[in-house]
Design a protein around this ligand. Sequence first.
Ligand code: ZN
Length: 601
Amino acid sequence: MSLPPIRYRIEPHRPEAHLFRVSCTVADPDPAGQVFRLPAWIPGSYMIREFARNIVSLRATDEGGAALAVDKLDKHSWRVRPPAGGGAVVVEYEVYAWDLSVRAAHLDRSHGFFNGTSVFLAAEGRRERECLVDILAPQAVAGEAWRVITALPRAEGLAGAAPVHGFGLYRAADYDALVDHPVEMGSFTLAAFEAGGVRHEIALTGRHDCDTGRLCEDLARICAWHIALFGAPAPVDYYAFLTMVVGEGYGGLEHRASTALLASRADLPWKGMEGTPERYQGFLGLCSHEYFHTWNVKRIKPAAFVPYDLAVENYTRLLWAFEGFTSYYDDLALVRSGVIGAGDYLGLLGKTVSNVLRTPGRLRQSVAESSFDAWTKFYRQDENAPNAIVSYYAKGALIALALDLQLRAGSRGEKSLDEVMRLLWQRHGLSGEGVAEDGIFAIVAEVGGPRLGRRLASWLREAVEGTEDLPLAELLARFGVDWKAEAAAKGPVIGAKLAESAGEVRLASVFDAGPAERAGLSAGDVLVAADGLRVTTIAGLEALLARRAAGTRLTLHAFRRDELIACELELAAAPAERITLSLAPRAGAGARALRRGWLGH
Ligand code: ZN
């Protein structure tokens, strides 16, 4: 006998007020009082967000509509006293949806988007139950008819089942599946392609002039490459890219059979576009990143995420592997699938290297610590972040690169990180068994074999637990890649990250032990004059600095709050932290062979 499913209903009730109306019906509530709880965070974005703050009203009834008593237990939990005579419990509530990001929910008269973590209360003790969700059309929306895109399966065979791209009944095997399939509704552009035997769809919401033919062609190559890397068949039979297009925006969140993306209009390809412009490379890299997560983090998971506890922080020291390795493969897939050339790829890689070298915090925090503290540090960066933390994305990607290059060089091109990923997939992805906190080291040791494997496993442990810079220049040289380090600025520097708005230049961050800090300047100070000349733009200040020499003194005037301060600082030489990578023209045959194996060219 199967237990009754949990039934949900969601309606874009008052789009102009950004309100979804949601109900959840439990046919066999807990007799001691049925507890309902909204997640505090969404997997993939490691920060407590307290989505329940957007629930604006909540009431409970029996099936006949008679009110039931509700006790609020904490910030995101409610307990409903069941009807005296037994029977179902219905909670009905409104959710305010006005967060234009990939993490929550957004609703207006042009479209609706939601992650289940923002809108669907979990019925406690019933997380394993099948869920049915009736997605309703808005009652009155001007303009074109709305349709729906989601990787949630349609409830085929049931009364009211949704037609393809339609409103109606959808189903999920359990609560975790329900909240892992975001939903977009509206009059989006829809394009489709096939890759690796899987139907893929991309929906573009918002105004755009995208050449969807070109986009599908490129994505098809990238997706096919990922599927081939892990080995067919793909773990999904359908995949959706839900893309919100805006003037300026960037974001992506992975799900088990789809991704939610936020992209700038200018990042998309246009009809007649030549080559693969840098901004478009960035968008393809984002799609590639989220797609790789279909394997790495959605199925190969840290043990700490099996299962997710959506009420509190879930700590793991492994995000360098789940985000960092994914960040390595996102751009690598572009070159290996032939969507961009080796030169373009090295350009992207050089930027990642420069980003890490620009961050003094890399010498203070390891990527394992950065992973563990993601909840309070990486996701909640303040003005001191460059001094205090390292990105487990960017440095994690460089660790993946260094590991890949060492596996290849140490085995004459016979082994690579690809095999590490495949073994992780076979051991942990297919089985659903989480990766232990030291599990990646063991897999690397196994793939590398007795000598190389043991050496690289201990190298990897030091790389992720330590704060030393990686030997990338030497490793890349063995692959016929030249490394050029130069200063990003023409002149000396004041040791601060600057931000400019409305004719004001502000210190966004002050680097640890740099000239600005030694002179007593702080983040937030507004620079008004340098050597007695007014400062209104960053370019203007840089032009002035370009005419000065390191070691000379500069007088700065700045406002802290409304108080004017004057100081003198000693200019420092700009550090050589801009790294440019290029194909070495005179690489030897061995280096060229390794490079071909690595980049596929
Ligand atoms: Zn990611």
